[in-house]
Write a protein that binds this ligand. Structure first.
Ligand code: AMP
Length: 398
C-alpha cells in the first residue's frame, strides 16, 4: 500500500509518498508560492532519479497537487507508474475541536466539521480544507483520511483543559485548552516506550517538542493529561517568535499605550515576540548561540528563559503525574541543539537525571542521552509526523 501524506498551508504544500510495506519514504517535496507564481521541489528517494527544483505555475492548490502527481508518476522523476498506485491520501488538519479525538476517513460530514472548526484556527484549517478539495479535484475518489494536531490532547481531563473564565464561554463557544503538535507527541511517546522496552500503559512520559513552535505534553499511560499550548498555539513556552504565557493585562497596557488594534497586537505576540523579541537577534537558536558566544547578553537571556520555561513546565507535569519515567526531546531545537538540551537537563537534578555528555553530542538518531544509572531517562527522538499520518491512514482505509 502506498500513501500520499499532504500538509497543506495557505501558500505551500508539503508531501511525502510512503510505501507502507517498508514504511520507506519514496519521494518527498514542497510546493511554495501557491497563488503567487509557484515553485516545486520534488525529491525522489528511490530508483536513483534526479531532484526536480523549478518554477511551476500554481494559481491554486489544484495545480500544485496536479504538479505533484505529475512528478510522482513521470518517467524522469517518478517513483510510481501511475496515480492508481497511490492507494490513499492522509491529510494533516490542524484543528479538530472537541469533535475529533482520532483520525477519520474524510466524507461530507467530516468536511463540514473541519469547516466548523475554522474559527478556532482561521489561518490553518482553511488551508487544510483547500488541500483536501484540491486532492479530490485531481485524484477523484481515492480514500482520504484527516489526522488532527489536536486529537491526541482530547484525553485531557477538564481540570487541565478548562480556563478559569465564566463557564458559558466553554459551553457556548468552545473556549478551552486544545493543545497542538499532538501527532508529534504521539509519535515520540510511542517510540520512547519501544526504546524502553515497556508497554506505554505503564509509563509516565514528558514530551518536549521544541522547534520554531514549542509545546510540552504530559503523557500518562499513553494518554495526554496536560499540554502547554492552549486555545491557540500562542501560549506555553516562549517560542521562536511567539510570546508563550502572558498576563492578559500586558496586552491591554501595550494596546492602550501605543494605540494598537487587536490584530496589530496579535501580530506582535505571534511574529515579533519569543526568543526573537527578547534577543532582538533571531528566532533561530543557532543564531542565538552564536550571538551569546560573542557576549550578546540579550541572546543569552533568551536562551536562559527558554531552558528555564521548559524545566518549569516539565516540573509542573512531574507534579501533575506524580512522577515521570522519561523525558523526550524532539523537533528542530530538541533534535539538534545539544547545548539547549544540556541547559534544560541541569534543572532535572532533583529527579536524579544524569546527562551522558557523549550521547548528548550525537545527532540524527533515536538515542538515550541519560546515563544508564540515571533515575529518570532522557531521550532524543527525531519526530515523524508524516509516518503517524500514513499509519493512521493505512489503519482506517485498510
Ligand atoms: P522546527 O520548527 O522543528 O523545524 O525547528 C526549527 C528550529 O530548529 C530553527 O528555527 C532553529 O531554531 C532550530 N534548529 C535547527 N537546527 C538547529 C541546530 N543545528 N542547532 C540549533 N538549533 C537548530
Amino acid at each position: 500500500m502506498k500513501i500520499l501524506v499532504i500538509n497543506a498551508g495557505s501558500s505551500s504544500l508539503k508531501y511525502q509518498l510512503i510505501d507502507m510495506e517498508t514504511e520507506q519514504v519514496m519521494a518527498k517535496g514542497l510546493c511554495e508560492r501557491i497563488g503567487i507564481d509557484g515553485h516545486l521541489k520534488h525529491t525522489p528517494l528511490v530508483g536513483g532519479k534526479p531532484v526536480f527544483n523549478e518554477d511551476v505555475p500554481m494559481p491554486t492548490h489544484s495545480e500544485a497537487i496536479a504538479a505533484v502527481i505529475e512528478k510522482l508518476t513521470s518517467p524522469e522523476y517518478g517513483v510510481v507508474g501511475s496515480m492508481k498506485e497511490i492507494d490513499a491520501v492522509g491529510h494533516r488538519v490542524v484543528h479538530g475541536g472537541e469533535k475529533f479525538a482520532k483520525s477519520v476517513k474524510i466524507d461530507a460530514d467530516v468536511m463540514a466539521a473541519i469547516e466548523a472548526c475554522i474559527p478556532f484556527a482561521p489561518l490553518h484549517n482553511p488551508a487544510n480544507i483547500t488541500g483536501i478539495k484540491a486532492c479530490r479535484d485531481v485524484m477523484g475518489d481515492v480514500p482520504m483520511v484527516a489526522v488532527f494536531d489536536t486529537a491526541f490532547h482530547q484525553t485531557m481531563p477538564g481540570k487541565a483543559y478548562m480556563y478559569a473564565v465564566p463557564y458559558e464561554y466553554y459551553k457556548n463557544d468552545g473556549i478551552r485548552r486544545y493543545g497542538f503538535h499532538g501527532t508529534s507527541h504521539l509519535y515520540v511517546s510511542g517510540r520512547c516506550a519501544e526504546l524502553m522496552g515497556k508497554p506505554i500503559e505503564e509509563l509516565k512520559l514528558i514530551s518536549c517538542h521544541m522547534g520554531n513552535g514549542s509545546s510540552i505534553c504530559a503523557i500518562d499511560g499513553g494518554k495526554c493529561v496536560d499540554t502547554s499550548m492552549g486555545f491557540t498555539p500562542l501560549v506555553g513556552l516562549p517560542m521562536g517568535t511567539r510570546c508563550g504565557d502572558l498576563d492578559a493585562g500586558v496586552i491591554q497596557f501595550i494596546m492602550k499605550k501605543y494605540g494598537f488594534t487587536i490584530d496589530e497586537m496579535l501580530n506582535i505576540l505571534n511574529k515579533k515576540s519569543g526568543v526573537l523579541g527578547v534577543s532582538g537577534v533571531s528566532s533561530d537558536f543557532r543564531d542565538l548561540s552564536a550571538a551569546a558566544e560573542q557576549g550578546n547578553e540579550r541572546a543569552q537571556l533568551a536562551l536562559d528563559m527558554f531552558a528555564y520555561w521548559v524545566a518549569k513546565v516539565a516540573g509542573s507535569y512531574v507534579a501533575a503525574m506524580n512522577g515521570v519515567d522519561a523525558i523526550i526531546f524532539t523537533a528542530g531545537v530538541g533534535e539538534n541543539d545539544s547545548d539547549t538540551r544540556a541547559a534544560i537537563v541541569k534543572y532535572f537534578g532533583y529527579l536524579g537525571v544524569k546527562l551522558d555528555k557523549e550521547a548528548n553530542s550525537k545527532r540524527g538518531q533515536d538515542i538515550m542521552i541519560s546515563t544508564p544509572d540515571s533515575k529518570v531517562k532522557v531521550f532524543v527522538i527525531p519526530t515523524n509526523e508524516e509516518l503517524v499520518i500514513a499509519r493512521d491512514t493505512k489503519a482506517i482505509v485498510g
